[in-house]
Design a protein. Structure first.
Length: 415
């Protein structure tokens, strides 16, 4: 009624659909609207009669019997039929299931049946009911409730305001479905360009991000991007598939976090470390943001960026790198010795905190660098006239850069 006839449906006091509808006509009818009402009733009655017939016919067909018919539906000429896609998705859903607390057998079953309603009469007539009808048919055929619910939920979220799947089986199938789509189109080099995104890949990536974050799922993306079956048919190295897709996820994650008030440069700074666990990346970003809002964090950022800029200039001028460890014998000032000792201690402690995913503790360790870094720049001339002292002090600056890299790439942080 809503989508096809532009009428308002009506519910009773119990919230159930009533056998009434409301329509608006932009004319004054001489008969008080009787002819308009009768005409609309005839049309809607016919549509509902058709739907009832389709529904009853569909119920005579078991969902597993509909799966082979998916061979007749082309998903994409380079990626095969919907049937071939289902074979990839159920295998991926089985792999993901243990990570989200789902039964692998139920995840497999749900993924196998998830697209079966695409060949039903109801979805053929009303495409917007894909998944919805599959759930009804699955329940009617005594499938496990988690399987039925996953059939409907695996398309979610359909937009920024749509709910994400919450049940483990649905989460596994939804992630598998979206990752398969992204890997497939990346493998055939059909990526979004500018404002064009005919396969809704941005929505798929954002869907993965929201499902992972809102359900606190630990998922190593690279593992699934590189081992996915579709890469067996294409050489992923040609398109740098994993790297390119991770960069795409980074962009989508920045959009998502920016909409929530987070800073995109902090996402860049954390992603630069090479992580692919979206949940951990966000937790790092949150911890980094809180740290930079403190006086110690802001001052350390200033000092670190100063060290990085000096290094960049001098390394370019000298056509060399200063990534060798500094020589303690060449420390002439107490501030050099204090900074060297501090970076050694902080680097180990911050790395250990990061390993156990205690990012608050890692940032607390970083805060200990603020004072020695400030005092170093206040009392030490980096570009000393003695070549060996200058080189050693540049190596000490590199230690600052290396130490802060245990939590983020400070060179990518604005300010």
């Amino acid at each position: 009624m809503k989508a096809h006839q532009k009428c308002f449906s009506v519910r009773n006091k119990r919230g159930e659909l009533a056998n009434r509808f409301i329509l608006v006509a932009n004319l004054e009818a001489e008969d008080g609207g009787k002819a308009i009402v009768a005409g609309n009733e005839r049309v809607i009655a016919a549509r509902l009669s058709d739907a009832k017939f389709f529904f009853e016919q569909d119920r005579k067909v078991m969902l597993p019997d509909s799966v082979p018919k998916l061979k007749e539906i082309v998903f994409h000429e380079k990626l095969g039929s919907q049937y071939e896609r289902v074979q990839r998705v159920w295998r991926l859903a089985r792999e993901i299931a243990p990570l989200v607390g789902a039964d692998p057998d139920l995840a497999e079953r749900a993924a196998i049946l998830a697209k079966a309603d695409l060949v039903s009469l109801m979805v053929g007539e009303f495409p917007e009911l894909q998944g919805v009808m599959g759930r009804y048919y699955a329940l009617d055929q005594q499938e496990n409730t988690s399987v039925a619910d996953a059939i409907a939920a695996h398309y979610k979220p359909l937009g920024p305001s749509d709910e994400v799947p919450r049940e483990p089986v649905a989460i596994a199938v939804a992630l598998a479905d979206k990752l398969d789509m992204l890997v497939g189109f990346w493998a055939i080099d059909e990526k979004p360009t500018g404002s064009k995104d005919p396969y809704a890949l941005r929505r798929a990536a954002l869907g993965v991000i929201r499902i992972v974050l809102e359900n606190e799922v630990r998922l190593r993306l690279t593992e699934y991007l590189l081992t996915h079956q579709v890469t067996a048919r294409f050489d992923p190295a040609v398109h740098n598939l994993a790297g390119s897709l991770l960069a795409f996820f980074a962009d989508r994650l920045k959009v998502h976090l920016r909409d929530q008030g987070a800073r995109h440069d902090l996402v860049d700074a954390v992603f630069a470390l090479g992580g692919d666990d979206l949940l951990m990346i966000v937790r790092r970003v949150e911890a980094l943001g809180r740290f930079l809002d403190t006086e110690d964090g802001a001052n350390l950022l200033t000092g670190t960026k100063r060290a990085i800029n000096i290094l960049r200039i001098e390394e370019k001028k000298d056509d060399t790198t200063y990534d060798q460890p500094p020589d303690p014998k060449l420390f002439k000032r107490i501030e050099e010795k204090a900074l060297a000792k501090a970076v050694d201690q902080v680097e180990k402690a911050a790395a250990a905190a990061g390993t156990r995913e205690d990012f608050k503790a890692a940032m607390a360790e970083m805060a200990k660098l603020r004072k020695p870094v400030d005092e170093f720049f206040d009392h030490v001339t980096v570009n000393a006239t003695e070549a060996d002292l200058r080189a050693n002090r540049l190596r000490l600056l590199n230690r600052i850069r290396a130490t802060t890299l245990t939590v983020a790439d400070f060179s990518k942080i604005e300010g």
